[in-house]
Design a protein around this ligand. Structure first.
Ligand code: 5FU
Length: 269
């Protein structure tokens, strides 16, 4: 199973260029940390990214919350991703029919496919959502995650729905769909020889059990060691820490170390 293999060795199992690059970065930077930068101006996003960039394998955005999103912002975050060696993940959560998501991915004011290496989609509309997004993303070397589970309290992505999400990913093949947003190792049941999925997990925090709107937190060790997930996604726990710029940087390092230690423990090192 994927949980007993190193990130480096798993890079070989992927044909998708974004998945390969991500696993390479994880090994190089000893980081399975993704910081979710949910702040609302371009300059604030870039400030957080400059601060945490060295500690992360990936930066997650919500481009539709940035009030002054622009081509200049895209150019700068792209430059930082090259310089500081991280993947850009736009957490768009596409959820419409194939034709519409194709337009939403390639066009509009955000042209997500032009700059985001990785994005995600709800499996709710059925496999057409994958073929639509793939028609835009594959020629650009992009990758997709399916939301098989969510972190929020009483969400509906459970049981049969989760299993169908995994089945849909297997049917689509590894060219574009490289993994899941999930809280656990959802790909364990019915795993095929030679397959490898990346499981990325939000709802990670060391200081709080949740928020007032249903978010639920677990520690990096619970996520990576106990549940066997691959990437920890941390938002407010890092960018929201009080105490100024240095503190954000320190906190990112702290999560990176905890996430990496849990991964090494999982490998039995
Ligand atoms: F798919 C999901 C999910 O199930 N839970 C999430 O929290 C995505 N997220 C995102 O991760 C959410 O939209 C935020 O951007 C981020 C978590 O932020 P937090 O500040 O660490 O709670």
């Amino acid at each position: 199973p994927s949980t007993t293999k190193t990130y480096a060795s798993r890079a070989e199992l992927h044909s998708n260029p974004t998945a390969k690059r991500l696993l390479g970065i994880m090994e190089r930077k000893q980081s399975n940390l993704c910081v979710s930068v949910d702040v609302t101006t371009a300059e604030e996003v870039l400030e957080v990214v400059r601060r945490v960039g060295k500690s992360v394998c990936m930066v997650k955005t919500h481009c539709d919350i940035i009030s002054d999103f622009s081509k200049a912002f895209v150019d700068e975050i792209t430059r930082l991703s090259d310089e500081m060696d991280f993947i850009i993940f736009e957490d768009r959560k596409f959820a419409d029919i194939g034709n519409t998501v194709t337009l939403q991915y390639a066009s509009g004011s955000h042209t997500i496919a032009s700059w985001s290496h990785l994005t995600n989609a709800h499996p709710l509309p059925g496999p057409g959502i994958i073929s639509g997004l793939a028609s835009v993303g594959v020629p650009l070397g992009r990758a997709l995650l399916l939301l098989a589970e969510m972190s929020s309290k009483d969400n509906l992505a459970t049981g049969h729905y989760t299993r169908e999400a995994v089945r849909m990913a297997r049917e689509a093949g590894p060219e574009f769909v490289v993994g899941f947003i999930a809280m656990s190792r959802v790909d364990q049941e019915g795993a095929k020889e030679g397959e490898d999925f990346l499981v990325m997990t939000p709802g990670v925090g060391l200081h709080s059990a949740g928020d007032k709107m249903g978010q639920q937190y677990r520690t990096p060790r619970e996520v990576v060691y106990d549940s066997g997930c691959d990437v920890i996604i941390v938002g407010r726990g890092i960018y929201g820490i009080k105490g100024g710029e240095e503190k954000v940087k320190e906190e990112a390092e702290r999560y990176r170390k905890e996430g990496w230690a849990a991964y090494e423990e999982r490998l039995g090192r």
